[in-house]
Design a protein around this ligand. Structure first.
Ligand code: GDP
Ligand code: CA
Length: 356
């Protein structure tokens, strides 16, 4: 299945022919943390499995970034870096595996940090390295490249912006405004949010390479990341939304909502705040069809939500239903569940022939 209005200009016939001489497939993704990281890993592994030369660029949300104990912490960048590099704590979804927390315990004993927020020791080394490179005057995009070069993640990681854009949450009970991580981790999104603020966004510019990666892509993918505080935050950086609307590449997304609920986390609380129902149909309509001024050409929903496909078509979005729970066990088709989702996203973008 391909998009009803494929933008064939993005894939020249020569490029579509598999084998020697084909230039690498350029894929650009807009990712948050766990959902974005796992999907990107599946896509990378799929392309490697099928011997498709590819250049992956992941534009990562930095709205969750913060200063803690004198260190610059970038939760989503680190989750993507660790996941693509095979060192992530797989069950947790973030942080390093085989991790200890002795440094955090010492800091807490000094009365520093947040008692409800523990950084692992190996993870702290990443933050120390990042902070030192920032202190030397390097922009976050260069710092990110320097940190990632150690790991060979198989994708280029770009922060959405080199400027600080922090998501803050205005609490609906009137008790004040807190950093997103405090709302998410300490309050477990239990106190309703009145609104999300992107502190610093007016002055922010897309990081070097971001707009080019969107403009020159063969396909732009929105992984199943939080539509409000991951993808929504990236789209808030001036210029990025327009770049998505203008690119010649098809834009295909994966619903992070399955059967009326987020697969993990509290995305429902975020969607409620912005007045969007927690359904893949509502999230698809929230992004909107590119043919009508929105962002999406295609949208994958779970088989449990297959009845949303006709309504999405009426909204101008080419949708397809398939199992959307990401998993790492190889199935009878020779792909992991995550790879199969990535394959469906490329297929919906009209690039299925590259996987043959
Ligand atoms: P975060 O920054 O760590 O919260 O990660 P993201 O924003 O990238 O992803 C969070 C979203 O991923 C949540 O809304 C989840 O519902 C979604 N998600 C996590 N696992 C899966 C999965 O297996 N399938 C789908 N479709 N969505 C998932
Ligand atoms: Ca995040």
């Amino acid at each position: 299945m391909t998009l009803s209005t494929p933008r064939t200009g993005t894939v020249r016939p020569d490029d579509a022919r598999p084998g020697a001489g084909a230039r690498p497939l350029r894929v650009t993704l807009l990712a948050g943390g766990v959902g974005g990281a796992r999907f990107t890993r599946g896509l990378r592994d799929l392309l490697q499995r099928r011997d498709v030369p590819a250049e992956l660029t992941v534009v990562v949300n930095t709205g969750d970034d913060m200063w803690l104990d004198g260190l610059r912490v970038c939760p989503d960048l680190d989750t993507v870096m660790y996941t693509l590099s095979g060192v992530v704590h797989e069950e947790q979804g973030w942080g390093r595996r085989e991790e200890t927390t002795r440094v955090s315990a010492e800091l807490h004993a000094y009365g520093l940090g947040w008692p409800w927020f523990t950084l692992g020791d190996l993870d702290i080394a990443t933050h120390v390295a990042r902070t030192e490179l920032l202190r030397r005057g390097l922009p976050l995009s260069e710092v990110t490249a320097r940190l990632a070069s150690r790991w060979e993640p198989g994708a280029r990681l770009l922060p959405m912006s080199d400027q600080s854009v922090e998501t803050h949450v205005e609490l609906a009970d009137g008790s004040g405004t807190v950093h997103f991580e405090e709302w998410w981790v300490r309050l477990r999104a239990g106190v309703p949010a009145r609104r999300f603020l992107q502190v610093g966004v007016e002055e922010a510019r897309p990081a070097p390479g971001v707009l080019e990666a969107i403009a020159s892509a063969d396909v732009v993918l929105l992984p199943p990341s939080n539509p409000v505080v991951s993808v929504g935050t990236i789209l808030g950086v001036p210029g990025i939304r327009d770049a998505l609307r203008a690119t010649a590449a098809p834009v295909v997304g994966v619903a992070p909502i399955v059967g009326g609920a987020p697969v993990r986390g509290m995305a429902d609380a975020c969607l409620t705040t912005i007045g969007v129902e927690t359904t893949p149909l509502a999230v698809g309509e929230h992004y909107g069809s590119r043919s009508r001024g929105g962002l999406l050409d295609g949208w994958l929903v779970d088989t449990a939500d297959a009845d949303a496909v006709p309504a999405l078509a009426r909204a101008g979005i080419d949708a397809r239903a398939l199992p959307l729970l990401m998993g790492e066990d190889v199935g009878s088709d020779g792909l992991t569940a995550t790879e199969a989702i990535a394959a469906a996203a490329l297929d919906l973008a009209g690039l299925g022939s590259r996987l043959a």
